[in-house]
Structures are given as structure tokens and as C-alpha cells.
Design a protein around this ligand. Structure first.
Ligand code: PEP
Ligand code: MG
Length: 879
């Protein structure tokens, strides 16, 4: 087992072992870039640590010490030396980047004596004490788990005492007094003194970084991004360079291109006289990178050269951390930069244009889920928002919500169904659950690379950060304009943010729907050449159908006709149909519904001219259209108790109550729905089929190419489909009379009941197509109510890893997937040309799409906004 690997021995391909950071530090060292020397303790060690129940492997530390000796030689310094002490950083480095989720300690190797040596050797006592107090604070946080506020409080109190505002103005004596106080905090709350033995510091720090792999926020992050727990983290130990050693020092983060837009300009920020964490943590608002050219022209030149070299070397946009020590540039990290969807698309197309990557690689680089972000809404340009303030446009998209000021409230309110905007001075990794719950994030401090910005971009949430005009109180914020309070927003008030421009707006603004950019069109057209799966859409209105067609949908895979009955002008007619006491009454209601349905279908056929339109006959239980049983019962009691009750009204309510009660079911999802409805009340399906054929005939007379696919829901038995098919064919011949049919129609079935999947061979005899309704198929295969599971037990299952993911979002391949595989095989054996696809929610999920491709299905069908995502995922599946 490789346990300790010096930077000069590794390379970029060793990511699994060295973590992303370690592998890239090694790679940069290998190609001769200026990286301070160091070494990596491998992810194997992390796994061994956890396998042994949280104990460090035997013999590891002597190996680490040996590597430290080599570092000492390279630097000409010694660890723990009182004259020229070697200082190191100890940083986590996971295989998949998890920005800010795990821990880092800088300046390790300082103690009460070596700090004096550092002061003497640099001639700068103020600097040395500053480094030492940072070490004690980070060590307290990371190793002893002490809360940051203990230290923050003392820092603020000391600055008040000195009468200074910024850290720069603190004197050596100020830092020295703080060191004493910090050590007191460690002693008081950790129950032991800050370790003076540098080897002990190192051992404790390494172990703490391994422990941080399992801290709460890292676990949440892994859950969201589906990073396996077994990956583990590496630990990088690297000799320190100092950005806080004076005016010719600094530190920063730079992206080789703009990660928000994809534009080809250097993008980033830096702070002079500061240490790395100051930039990333968003504690001070840094300056834009172009200013470095004015302040440190030579270092800027070195940075440009390094950036170009790294981008060329990795053939991708890089996110680089650097430090300038006394005018010389050092690189501390490089990685492929996280980017917005907009930037990802633009970069992928640009790199193909520059001859850097192939079209296939360009498609592989798009995270389909991120396309959701691209298709985010923006503020309607025609509206005149009440702009309160402006910050940095850190993550695109616009959002509105009620202002909340801490992550726990954000989470609680979101759970109660509210939309919230999380407003913080800055976010830390501890706020991640709040960011997840919020519609968007607003911060008053921190730059475009601050934690809030990086995390929001990763999750595709709108974010405005560094909005300095807002002053945060505990339960409100003030907006300052020219030193006056121009507005106050209290907790719960509605605000909107625009992550594309940085605007913060009072109230709720009008949002505009997104459109495809030229670059995305380009990428999608490349994807279309590669993919084999067709992409259809689930749409119930001509507007949705047209939108989806604009996004590239090749047909409607599911029109849920019950949605057409939900509008306020139709509900009374639908109720009339359900509640009819006599057949003539029902027939009358159906006659009224027929022209409405016909015009619905004509709208769909027009929007989808030339493409298949799959229309599913009525599916949900009838009680969904009826008045609520409990409410009716209450109304009846109230009427009975009233002296002056209108007798006729009372009778009407009683009749209604009786009817509703008679239709009431304990388990409506397993009740009179789907084809059962069509079998018990054939007149309903007859009306729908008649409306479809009338609409198809009418449209085809107008020259529209109609391709109706009629779909029967909830089939469990071949006999059901046989009867329903006969019903549809009869309706067709009645509508046609003696005319020949000017279009082709097909009759197919949903496969969404396990029995249908199992007996697919018999069912296929009566079907022209199968559409896997994976929502119901998941519900019935797992026995989880799709309406209740998510709010009740499913999150527990996912959190505790009883399930790898929410099966209603990501197809359960092992269970539900096997039913699909079986049914597809049986269906094909009977009818080799049987058309097959998925129309449940899974049709818009990347992994599930990969599965559909692998199983040789013909199409997936998803909501209109997911169509571009599905086109990319289908291409990736084919690569
Ligand atoms: C399904 O069950 O997967 C399906 C598409 O139908 P619905 O969601 O309407 O039940
Ligand atoms: Mg269903």
C-alpha cells in the first residue's frame, strides 16, 4: 500500500490515490511550475483509518517524519527549529472536489519558541505572531472542534481595545496578547494545552483532516453530489509560503476563463498581505485580478504565463490558488474550475472551436443536470423592479422568496412549504443545508469565489454576494445609501435576487422563461448526431408542447388527459358526469365535454405537426374531481343545526354527501382508476376516443400530419387491454364512417403495474407500444406511496443509505429496472417492432436515461425543460 507520496513522485493520473489536489500539485511539480515542496498521505490511509474504527495505521508516522526530513532538506529549514523553523500546511484533498467542506490548517510548526525564530529570521515579529494566532485558531477549530466565535469574540475585543478596525492595523503586541488569550480558550474548552511539540501538532492535524471526511457538512455535500463514502480524502502536507508577509505579498484565486459566462478573460481576485483562507472564506472582500497588474506587475506576468500553461496542459478551464511571497509567484492548487451551466456550454463549444477537444469530449464535459440551471428564469426586462442594492452576480438565475437570516430557519421554513432567500453576511460550509433549502442566496461580504458563490453555482441556485450596501442585523437587514438607511427588510419580507446582474430587489418580480443560446443549440445538434434514444416530452397543453418542441422534443410521450379536466370552467361539467344518477344525465355531461376535449387535442396535433402525440385516456381516481368528503360532512352538520336551514339546500348536500361517500376509497391509488375506470364506465373512454379521432380527422383535413398514439393506463392484465383496444378501434371506425383513415394511429399501454411487466408477452399481443410509467411502477414495486413516502420515511432511507437514492427520482435499476428489462425482452420476443419508452419522472434523469439506452428502449419522455438535458444525457449514454 502506498501511504506517503512526495509531490515529485506523483502525477495527474493518480487522483484516486492522491486526491484531486495532491495529484494536481504533483503534476504541476512535474511540469516545472513553482509549487512549494510537499507530499501527500494517500486515500488508502484514510480508508485504512476508517476500517480500523478511527485509528491511524501503525508505522505511518515514521514514514511521515521521513518525508518531513526531505522537505527540510529542500527548504533548508527544520521542523520545530528555534532559528529557521519549517512551517507546513495540512490540507484535505478528496478525489472529487468538495470545496470548503473539509478542513485545513496553516502555519503548523509554530509554538512559543519557534514563533520567535520566525520573527527573527524574517525580521517581522508582527507577521510571526499573526501566523501563530491563526494556527491556534485553526487548530482549535479543526482538531479540538471549538466554535469559531470564541476566537472571533476575542479578536474583536482586542481590536476595540486598540481602537483599530482592520487586522492590518493590529500591532505585534496586539497579536501577542491574543495568542495568550487563544491559548487560554484551548485550555478551557479543549481541556488541554495547545501542543508545543510540533510532531504532536502534525499527528493530531493529519488525523483531524481524516475525521473531517465524516463531518456533517461533508456528508451532506456527498449526499447531494452522490459522492461515494468509500472514496476518502488524502492529506497534503506542504511547506508554507506567505502571502501575509508584507505589502509585496498576497494571495488569490484565479480562473483561466470566466466561470460564470465562459468568456475568455482571466477572472479572479486577490488580497494583498493576506493568507489564503481570507479569500476563500469571504472574510474580506478581495480586489479583481486585473488590479494585480498595477500592484505587482511582475507577479501578474508570472501568473498569466502559469495560467496559460495550466489550461493548455489540462485542456480545460482551471481554477488556480496562488500566493505571492515577496514578489514571487507560487501555485498552491489547480483544478478544473467549477462553472455555471452557461459557462460549461460556452467553454465546451469554444474548446472544440480552438481545436483543443473533440465534439464527443465537449458533450462528455456537460453535466446534464446543470442544464437545468441554464434553463433558469431571468427577470423580465420589461418590468421595473424596486432595486434596493447591487452585489456581485455570483450564480445566474433569478429567484424570489421571503428573507431569512440563518440556515436553520431557511430549512424549517422551506420544509413548511415557504420559498426563502437565505441572507447572510457570508456563508460558511456550516450553512449548506440552508443554501440547499433556499431559492437563492444573498451575502453582504465575500467575492465571486467565496463559499456561497461556489456552492450556489454547484447547486444551480441563484446567488448575489458581496452586496456591501446591506447591513445585517439578527432578524432584518438595512440598505445603506450614502450613509443613510434607505430601506429595512425584516425576516419574512419578500425579496428577489438576480444572480445574472447582482441586483437585490424588494418584493416579487416578474420572471421570464429561458431560451436556448446559440452555443447550446450547437452542442445539442452534436448530441443529436450521436444519440440513439429519441427524446419526447410530457405535455398536456399546446403551449407546453410548443415549448418542448422548441427545446427539441420529437413528440409527446405522455399527455395526461385528466389535467385537461382540472380548469375551473370544466370541473362543474366533470362533476356532473361523475355524480349523474341516471345514464342520460351522464351522457349529457359527456356530450358537453366532447367538444372541449376535441379542441384540446386539435391544439396538441397542431403544435406537434408531423410528430407522434401519445394521449393517455383518463387515469386518476374520480374522487380527485369531487368535493372533499370531510368538508361536506361538516357542511351537512352545520346545515342540520341551523334553525333557518333551507330544506332544499340540505337535501342537495345530503345527496352529494351520499354520492361522494359511495365513491370514497381507502386506497384510491389502488382503486377505481386507469383502465378500471374505462372498463366500469366505458362511456368516458368512448367520449375521449371519439374526441381524439374527430380532432385528428379535422386537423388532417387542414393538412396537418397527425400521428395519434392512444395509451391505456394501469393495465395489469391482457384481458383489460384487449377490451380497451376494441373500444378504441370501434370509436375510430365510428368516427371515420365509410372513409379510409387518412392517418395512422396506434394503441398501446402503460406498463406501470408489476403484473403487466411480468406478463408483458401476453399484453404485447394487444399493444403497438409500451410506455413504462416508472412513477407507478416504482410505487407498486417498492410498495412506497408516491404521495406520502418523500415527506415521511424516504429521506431517512436515503440519509441512512438504506437506498442509494430516491427511487422516484433515480430509477431503482436493481428492482424496477429488472421488471423493465424483463418486460422489454418479452415484448420484443412477441413483436420485434414494439415501440418502447419511459414516461415517468425518470425520463429526465441522467442515470435513468443511461439505463434506458443500455436496455435498448426507443425513447424517453420528460417535462419540456428537461428535454435539452435528456438529449445530452442520451448522447453521453451512446458514447
Ligand atoms: C407513471 O406512473 O410513471 C406515469 C407517467 O403516470 P402518472 O405519473 O400520471 O401516474
Ligand atoms: Mg401512472
Amino acid at each position: 500500500m502506498l501511504r506517503v507520496v512526495p509531490f515529485e513522485m506523483g502525477n495527474a493520473s493518480m487522483k484516486q490515490l492522491l486526491g484531486g489536489k495532491g495529484a494536481n500539485l504533483a503534476e504541476m511539480t512535474r511540469v516545472g511550475l513553482p509549487v512549494p515542496p510537499g507530499f501527500t498521505i494517500t486515500t488508502d490511509v484514510c480508508r485504512a483509518y476508517y476500517a480500523a474504527g478511527g485509528t491511524m495505521p501503525e508505522g505511518l508516522f515514521p514514514e511521515v517524519q521521513e518525508a518531513m526530513r526531505r522537505l527540510e532538506q529542500a527548504k533548508g529549514e527544520r521542523f520545530g527549529d528555534t532559528e529557521r523553523p519549517l512551517l507546513v500546511s495540512v490540507r484535505s484533498g478528496s478525489v472529487t472536489s468538495m470545496p470548503g467542506m473539509m478542513d485545513t490548517i496553516l502555519n503548523l510548526g509554530l509554538n512559543d519558541e519557534t514563533v520567535e525564530g520566525l520573527a527573527r529570521s524574517t525580521g517581522d515579529a508582527r507577521f510571526a505572531y499573526d501566523c501563530y494566532r491563526r494556527l491556534i485558531q485553526m487548530f482549535g477549530n479543526v482538531v479540538f472542534d471549538l466554535e469559531g466565535y470564541h476566537f472571533e469574540f476575542l479578536l474583536q475585543r482586542m481590536k476595540q481595545r486598540l481602537g483599530v478596525e482592520s487586522d492590518h492595523q493590529v500591532t505585534a503586541e496586539g497579536w501577542l496578547s491574543l495568542i495568550g488569550e487563544y491559548q487560554g480558550i484551548i485550555l478551557k474548552y479543549a481541556g488541554r494545552a495547545f501542543p508545543q511539540q510540533v510532531d504532536e501538532q502534525l499527528e493530531l492535524a493529519v488525523e483531524a483532516v481524516f475525521r473531517s471526511w465524516n463531518n456533517h457538512r461533508a456528508q451532506i455535500y456527498r449526499n447531494i453530489h452522490r459522492i461515494p463514502d468509500e472514496q476518502g480524502t488524502a492529506v497534503n502536507i506542504q511547506s508554507m509560503v506567505f502571502g501575509n508577509m508584507g505589502a509585496d505579498c498576497g494571495t488569490g484565486v484565479v480562473f483561466t476563463r470566466n466561470p460564470s459566462t465562459g468568456e475568455r478573460t482571466l477572472y479572479g481576485e486577490f488580497l494583498m498581505n493576506a493568507q489564503g483562507e481570507d479569500v476563500v472564506a469571504g472574510v474580506r472582500t478581495p480586489k479583481p485580478i486585473v488590479k494585480l497588474q498595477e500592484e505587482q506587475p511582475e507577479a501578474y506576468g508570472q501568473l498569466i504565463a502559469a495560467a496559460q500553461k495550466l489550461e493548455g496542459h489540462y485542456r480545460d478551464m482551471q481554477d488556480i490558488e496562488f500566493t505571492v511571497e515577496r514578489g514571487k509567484l507560487y501555485l498552491l492548487q489547480t483544478r478544473s474550475g467549477k462553472r455555471t451551466a452557461q459557462a460549461a456550454v460556452r467553454l465546451a463549444v469554444a474548446f472544440v472551436g480552438e481545436g483543443v477537444i473533440t465534439r464527443e469530449e465537449a458533450i462528455q464535459r456537460i453535466e446534464p443536470f446543470h442544464l437545468d440551471q441554464l434553463l433558469h428564469r431571468a427577470i423580465d426586462p420589461s418590468c421595473r423592479p424596486d432595486v434596493l442594492a447591487s452585489g456581485l452576480p455570483a450564480s445566474p438565475g433569478a429567484a424570489a422568496g421571503q428573507a431569512v437570516f440563518d440556515a436553520d430557519t431557511a430549512e424549517a421554513w422551506a420544509r413548511a412549504g415557504k420559498k426563502v432567500i437565505l441572507v447572510r453576511s457570508e456563508t460558511t460550509p456550516e450553512d449548506i443545508h440552508g443554501v440547499l433549502a433556499a431559492e437563492g442566496v444573498l451575502t453582504s461580504r465575500g467575492g465571486m469565489t467565496s463559499h456561497a458563490a461556489v456552492v450556489a453555482r454547484g447547486m444551480g441556485k441563484p446567488c448575489v454576494c458581496g452586496c456591501e450596501a446591506i447591513r445585517l442585523g439578527e432578524r432584518a437587514f438595512e440598505v445603506a445609501q450614502a450613509d443613510q438607511v434607505a430601506a429595512t427588510i425584516a425576516e419574512g419580507e419578500w425579496i428577489s435576487i438576480d444572480g445574472a446582474t447582482g441586483r437585490v430587489i424588494r418584493g416579487v418580480v416578474q420572471l421570464r422563461e429561458p431560451e436556448l443560446t446559440a452555443e447550446l443549440e450547437q452542442l445539442l445538434s452534436w448530441a443529436d448526431e450521436i444519440r440513439r434514444l429519441a427524446v419526447y416530452t410530457n405535455a398536456d397543453t399546446p403551449e407546453d408542447a410548443a415549448k418542448a418542441r422548441g427545446f427539441g422534443a420529437e413528440g409527446i410521450g405522455l399527455c395526461r388527459t385528466e389535467h385537461m379536466f382540472m380548469s375551473p370552467d370544466r370541473i362543474p361539467v366533470v362533476r356532473g358526469m361523475i355524480l349523474a344518477e341516471r345514464p342520460e344525465e351522464r351522457a349529457e355531461a359527456l356530450r358537453e365535454l366532447l367538444p372541449m376535449q376535441q379542441s384540446d387535442f386539435e391544439g396538441l396535433f397542431r403544435a406537434m405537426d408531423g410528430l407522434p402525440v401519445t394521449i393517455r385516456l383518463l387515469d386518476p381516481p374520480l374522487h380527485e374531481f369531487l368535493p372533499n368528503l370531510e368538508e361536506l360532512a361538516v357542511l351537512r352538520s352545520q346545515l342540520t343545526l341551523r334553525q333557518d336551514a333551507d330544506e332544499e339546500e340540505l337535501q342537495r348536500v345530503e345527496r352529494l354527501l351520499r354520492k361522494v361517500r359511495s365513491l370514497h376509497e381507502m386506497n384510491p391509488m389502488l382503486g377505481t382508476r386507469g383502465c378500471r375506470l374505462g372498463l366500469i364506465h366505458p362511456e368516458i373512454y368512448e367520449m375521449q376516443a371519439e374526441a381524439i379521432f374527430r380532432a385528428a380527422l379535422h386537423c388532417s383535413e387542414q393538412g396537418i400530419d397527425v400521428r395519434p398514439d392512444i395509451m391505456i393506463p394501469l393495465i395489469g392484465h391482457a384481458s383489460e387491454l384487449k377490451l380497451m383496444r376494441e373500444l378504441v378501434d370501434r370509436a375510430a371506425s365510428e368516427a371515420l364512417g365509410s372513409r379510409p383513415c387518412p392517418f395512422t394511429y396506434r394503441v398501446g399501454t402503460m406498463i406501470e403495474v408489476p403484473r403487466a411487466a411480468i406478463t408483458a408477452a401476453s399484453i404485447a399481443r394487444h399493444a403497438d407500444f409500451f410506455s413504462f410509467g416508472t412513477n407507478d411502477l416504482t410505487q407498486m414495486t417498492l410498495g412506497y406511496s408516491r404521495d406520502d413516502a418523500e415527506g415521511k420515511f424516504l429521506s431517512h432511507y436515503v440519509e441512512h443509505k438504506l437506498l442509494p437514492a430516491n427511487p422516484f427520482q433515480v430509477l431503482d435499476q436493481e428492482g424496477v429496472g429488472m421488471l423493465i428489462r424483463w418486460a422489454a425482452g418479452q415484448g420484443r420476443a412477441v413483436k420485434p417492432q414494439l415501440k418502447m419508452g419511459v414516461c415517468g419522472e425518470h425520463g429526465g434523469d441522467k442515470e435513468s436515461i443511461f439505463f434506458c439506452h443500455a436496455e435498448g428502449l426507443d425513447y424517453v419522455s420528460c417535462s419540456p425543460y428537461r428535454v435539452p438535458l435528456a438529449r445530452i444525457a442520451a448522447a453521453q449514454a451512446a458514447l
